[in-house]
Structures are given as C-alpha cells and as structure tokens.
Ligand binder design. Sequence first.
Ligand code: AMP
Length: 424
Amino acid sequence: MAKKTFQTVRGTRDLLPKDNKYFDFIFDQYVSEAKNAGFSKIETPMFEDTNLFVRGVGRETDIVEKEMYTFKDKSGNSITLRPEGTAPIVRAYLEDGMQAWPQPVSLYYSSPMFRYDRPQAGRYREFYQFGVEVIGSMSPLIDVSLISMSWRVLEKIGLKDITLQVNSIGCPSCRPKYRRMLSAYITDNAKKLCKNCLKRSKTNPLRVLDCKEKVCRLLMEDAPILINNLCTECHNHFKEVLEWLDDLEIPYELNTKLVRGLDYYTKTVFEIWTKSQGAQNSLGGGGRYDELVETMGGKATPAIGFAMGIDRIVELMKEQEIQLPEERLAEVYVVQLGDEAKKKGFKLLNELQKSGIRTQGGLDKDGISEQLKIASNLGAVYSVIIGQKEAMSGTAIIKEMSSGNQEVVAIEKVVKELIKRLKD
Ligand code: AMP
C-alpha cells in the first residue's frame, strides 16, 4: 500500500524558487524605496493576544468577525495569528517606548499575514504584505509621500491597468454626523439592500458604501457623499493631499465610496486597484489612523500607513508577462575532472565564494562538456577548469564563456585574477 503523503493546509502554499524570484524582487523594490525615505525595519511576533486585534482592528470588521486564526494556547490564553500589521506595530510603539523617539517614527515590515477567508485566486489564508507606518505626524505631506511610495513601485515594475483610488473618511468630529445621514438614507431604502448590508447597516453603515453587490451599488449612487460633509480640518487636510498629488503628477481617482474594511481609519484613505479580470482587485491600500494610538492606551498621536499584498502583485506581474531583470545565478563555475582536481576545485570554490563571487561548481559531475553546459545555462561569465594535468601542475584554466578564450593561471592566483576581471 502506498504511504500517505502530506499536503499543505487549505489556503496555504509553498513558494518555490520560481515564485520567490518575484516575491524577492517586489519586496526589494519596496524595501529600497522605504530605506531611501528614512524608514527602518520592524518585526513583530507572528501571533499576539487576541484582544489586540479586537480592540485595534475593530469588533465589527470582517477580519475580527470572520477571518481570525484564533486558538487557546496550553495556558488557556487566547492567541491570534497576525491578520494585519498596524495594530501590532502600534502596540510595539507603546510597549517599546517609541513615543520618546524623535517623531514621527517611520517603520516598514515585510511579513506573512493570516486570515481565515475563503481561498480563491489571489486570496490565501497565509499571504505576504509589505507595509509601512509613520507614527507621530499630522502633516498631509506624509499622506502624499506614502501614497506616492505605494504607487511608484508598481509603476516602475511596469504594471498596466492599475488605478489609485483616494478618499477622505473624516474624523470623530465630522463622521458621526455623516454616519447618521447615511443611516437615515439606508433605513429609508432598507428593502433594496443585499442581506449582508442589511445586517451591517446597523453596526457599520459606511461599509454599505463599498459593497460589491449590484443592488447596493445602485442604491449608493444617490447616497449622501462623505467628502461634502467633512469638518474644516478634514476638508483642508484632504484638499492639500489632492493638490500635492496633482503637483507630483500622481494619477489618482477620487473615489467617494472608498471606506476600507478596518475601523481604525480617519481622514485620507487610499487603495490601488487592478482592472485585470479574475484576480482580486485590490493590490494594497492604507490610510490615516489618528485615533488608534489613543484607543490602544497611548496619548493622542496621529499616524498613517499602507500595506501592499505581494501575492497579488506577483500574480498580476505573471499575468501581464512582466519579465524580471535577468539574474546571474553564477558569475563563475568551477569545472573539475578527477579526484585530485575535485579536491582542488572544492577548495577554490570556497575561496571564490568567500571573496564574494557568486560561484557554483560541478563537484558531483564528471564530464567536462556537461559541466560547461551547466555553466553556460547559469549565465556564468567565467568557468575555471581543473583537469588532471592542471591538478598535477598546480594550475587552472580560466575560460571566458562568451568568447571561449582560455588562459592557464597558477591556481593560487585564480581568485585575484577573477576579482580583477569581474570588476573590469
Ligand atoms: P488590507 O489590509 O485588508 O487592505 O490588505 C492589504 C492588501 O493585502 C490587499 O490589498 C491585498 O492585496 C492583500 N490581501 C489581503 N487579504 C489577502 C488574502 N487573503 N490573500 C492575499 N492577499 C491579501
């Protein structure tokens, strides 16, 4: 009887080298943008006290209501696998005394997140986000910088048919009034709502605004508009954000129905959408959360962040056949023939790797032509050949792969010679 093999848990998957090439590429782009803008890396634990997310993300959100991976540990504590990065970072900001650092504190992360959602293309139970948080500034310029960073990486990668959606959802001094207006409108039209919205219209009426059901979309066309009801402070803040986006020629769409799924947002919110069919349509998003630090027990501190869904960006890159920059898997390949040559070759391979040269070798292979073929498939610039003759005489042949030119060099000079040639 065949032995039972194991499979990944539903909604999770292995990222194989062919996938990681894309993941690393996108993470690298974002990390380099973030570092250029003065951000430093933060890593929070993969699991936290469940209450952190209930309080931070909001009880009435999809994440907390339906999507958390929550379990009791052996001491009976309720633990949740991290579904998003912001609440843990605000916890760290308070716990690790970051209020005393020069403000604002600018942090980035590249981390897996966990949500118990129904798996489908572009939606996984374990997925990866790159995100940033800037805590301690109210300036609209920070909003613009973050929107610009999230957008320009995707633009630079060459993604087509993506749009930047921007809105303001006000603050505790203007949103309650708007919420009442919207609730009244929804109550008057309750019969026309989808089942889900009928339920959430009582607890979170703003979510009806971005419902994807056709009935709700039609109904919301005539609903009161949030940005027409902002307080002066929110109005001026948003005006400045939009003016700067115009100035920097960042192409955005003002989307008065964009609200985002999490409770903590205030003022500016934004998302990047793909028009592509099939995939989930949001590649990432973010916004201000000026109340969250206080909600989590700190003193009132404005903040803003975004999170990009790397899995979806990778899928879109593949769908749009965007090529990765060519990567040389090896600059040098060590070819050997015979036992003595193998020993010398292995030593040389180690020395080359130690000197920072990307090197591989055919240490478990015996045929020269087979090894040279591998060297050329890997894109090696040079191969170093040690046959029996070379092993005896303490030499090696340096072969330039593109021209085929060969030169015999004393083995102890190979590293120096290759460093020199690769630098030229
Ligand atoms: P959110 O914080 O929910 O707006 O998520 C930010 C981004 O993470 C989304 O725009 C998606 O690109 C990505 N994302 C969220 N949930 C999932 C999921 N279940 N699977 C894959 N990507 C996701």
